[in-house]
Design a protein around this ligand. Structure first.
Ligand SMILES: NC(=O)c1ccc[n+]([C@@H]2O[C@H](COP(=O)([O-])OP(=O)(O)OC[C@H]3O[C@@H](n4cnc5c(N)ncnc54)[C@H](O)[C@@H]3O)[C@@H](O)[C@H]2O)c1
Ligand SMILES: Nc1ncnc2c1ncn2[C@@H]1O[C@H](COP(=O)(O)OP(=O)(O)OP(=O)(O)O)[C@@H](O)[C@H]1O
Length: 526
């Protein structure tokens, strides 16, 4: 029995005894019946518990319990803070490791600085508000602020065989609109305190434009399986891209087999054999072409745990919140995307770590699990309520008692979180959604928290049942009492090409996909 449980039991016993003793004393049969062990304890207690003070003792007891609860919460908060800090350090370590790996890779190629710059730019989470002027001059072109984030023009003396097949990645530039202030100076800082006055800088137009610096050369196809229509379209598009744009084509191993079985014409397509090769895809692929529904976009994103190339998603599913392009017009669309600047939505992702109680608070050594929609913690097969303690950084948020909890990105806000009563949020709003599933409480409204926080969801040691975490609806992991899940925004967003722009596409998807706020118009007055 733990110290807390012992304290609880002692308080409980004390209260029961005092109530029993006073009842017996008041009813005059204490002396008539032979004393049992508990009665003897009650007699011993009697001098200290006057019969008229039962209520006082109950109040004292409640206060003692509050103190115990407060102490326990403080301990848990301390633990949460330490673990959140550990998670943050782990993320920093992983980022640093990634930078070093790429640095090493590029030293071999004789180009250390450019790749390091690339990663450092990306690692800064594309913090566009605080970007410093680049060589072409910030706000140089008609108030459009731009930063070159990918530049790969260094000589590569030791190219590997597959590099010669694939060629090097096409450099591109990201631009976003911004307003200039009276002096023609654009304020990069989000908050300024010139002359002691706190002000937020004018909001920039955060619609981001991607412009290739040289033509992209390599496309990866990610396609929905078990669909004849998708397969036929994929083989037609691969042919077209090869014949009209002379592109290098990557496909998944499954699709490679299908295409090669179909026709030896497809001998030029490339694929990968193992996870290690898959992990280097982002260094070869300029663009991802996605054929399927939202689930296929989730799948494509899951292939890239680090940087993700821009995704052009053709709608071949039923809803299509993240798939704005029509497959009928694929030639026109791909011509545009390959040759002209196009707008993108930067969709943030969440990185999740599981901490096992048995592992003495150390984060599981495996890499973080990255989600584009959400991580869900639910009760699985258990018929008990889930009981989850939630912390935001080191502050206690709440205990979830219900079917579970969804921690969602803004892109995921139109998926499971929406079904559980969460708000729909524009994908470029920097936030994390905290949405309960069937909470057994009348007042548990969903929350939206800022993107910079670390969330921790803990299954308490005295939980009646297990909890289960699933990631974008897949890969369920069991969480036992004492286990915890830690989530924060990943530094690697998914850039998806827009049909129009981020806002127009978002509103279109909620109108067309969900018939949002569709109502017959009120009849005019007679
Ligand atoms: N009650 C629910 O609404 C519910 C339950 C479980 C899972 N889901 C969602 O399904 C997702 C997995 O999708 P899947 O395609 O692999 O499974 P799936 O094939 O079961 O499809 C689930 C549906 O969710 C839609 N969807 C997925 N992501 C979306 C998004 N960001 N915005 C709007 N709709 C979206 C899909 O278009 C599809 O119609 C999970 O991430 C979760 O969000 C929803
Ligand atoms: N390349 C892939 N490899 C393996 N599984 C995939 C791949 N692409 C998609 N899937 C899975 O196939 C399922 C269906 O895909 P998707 O959601 O794109 O199609 P859909 O259900 O027809 O469309 P919608 O989601 O719009 O209703 C999803 O569960 C998804 O995870």
């Amino acid at each position: 029995m733990s110290g807390d449980e012992a304290a609880l039991k002692a308080c409980d016993q004390r209260t029961n005894l005092s109530v029993a003793a006073s009842y017996q004393a008041e009813n005059g049969f204490v002396a008539a019946v032979g004393p049992t062990e508990s009665e003897r304890a009650a007699y011993a207690f009697l001098p200290r518990t006057p019969t008229d003070s039962t209520d006082t003792h109950l109040v004292e007891f409640a206060e003692a319990m509050r103190t115990v609860a407060k102490a326990l919460r403080q301990v848990a908060e301390g633990k949460a803070a330490a673990q959140a800090e550990a998670a943050e350090w782990k993320c920093k370590y992983e980022l640093e490791k990634a930078v070093n790996t790429h640095k090493h890779h590029s030293v071999i190629k004789g180009c250390s600085n450019c790749v390091k710059d690339k990663l450092e730019h990306l690692a800064s989470k594309l913090t566009l508000e605080t970007a410093s002027a680049d060589q072409t001059g910030c706000c140089g072109n008609h108030g459009i602020c731009s930063r070159q984030i990918l530049q790969d023009q260094c000589p590569e003396p030791n190219r590997k065989l597959d590099d010669t097949i694939v060629g090097k990645k096409a450099p591109f530039r990201l631009s976003w609109g911004c307003n200039e202030d009276k002096n023609g100076q654009h304020k990069h800082d989000f908050v300024s305190f010139e002359k002691g006055d706190i002000t937020t800088a004018e909001r920039s137009n955060k619609q981001i434009l991607l412009k290739w610096e040289s033509p992209p050369q390599t496309v990866l196809f990610v396609t929905k399986p078990n669909s004849n229509a998708v397969h036929a379209l994929c083989s037609e598009m691969v042919r077209w891209l090869k014949e009209h744009h002379n592109m290098n084509i990557f496909v998944e191993p499954r699709v490679s087999n299908e295409l090669l079985t179909e026709d030896s014409y497809f001998n030029f397509i490339q694929t990968w054999d193992n996870d290690q090769e898959m992990k280097t895809l982002h260094t070869k692929v300029d663009l991802i072409v996605n054929l399927g529904g939202d689930g296929t976009v989730l799948w494509a994103a899951s292939l890239f745990r680090g940087p993700v190339p821009p995704v052009v998603a053709f709608s071949l599913g039923s809803l299509g919140f993240m798939t704005p392009f029509s497959s009928e017009k694929y030639r026109e669309c791909l011509d545009n995307v390959l040759k002209r600047p196009f707008t993108i939505t930067l969709r943030s992702r969440l990185q999740c770590h599981v901490i096992r109680d048995a592992a003495k608070d150390e984060i599981e050594t495996e890499e973080p699990i990255i989600v584009l929609n959400e991580v869900t913690i639910d009760r699985g097969m258990s018929s008990y309520l889930t009981y989850l303690e939630c912390y935001c950084d080191s502050s206690f948020v709440t205990c979830v008692q219900g079917d579970g909890l969804i921690i969602s990105t803004t892109s995921g806000s139109t998926a499971y979180s929406l079904a559980a009563g969460g708000s729909m949020v524009h994908p470029q709003v920097p936030g994390i959604l905290f949405t309960p599933i069937c909470p057994h409480s009348l007042s548990f409204r969903p929350l939206i928290l800022p993107e910079y926080v670390t969330l921790r969801v803990q299954v308490p040691l005295n939980s009646r049942g297990q909890a289960w975490a699933s990631f974008d609806g897949k890969g369920r992991i069991q969480l036992g009492p004492g286990d915890a899940l830690i989530c924060s925004v990943s530094p690697w967003p998914v850039p998806t090409a827009c049909l129009m722009d981020s806002t127009t596409d978002f509103l279109r998807s909620i109108h067309e996909g969900l018939h949002w706020n569709l109502r017959k118009s009120q009849a005019p007055r007679d």
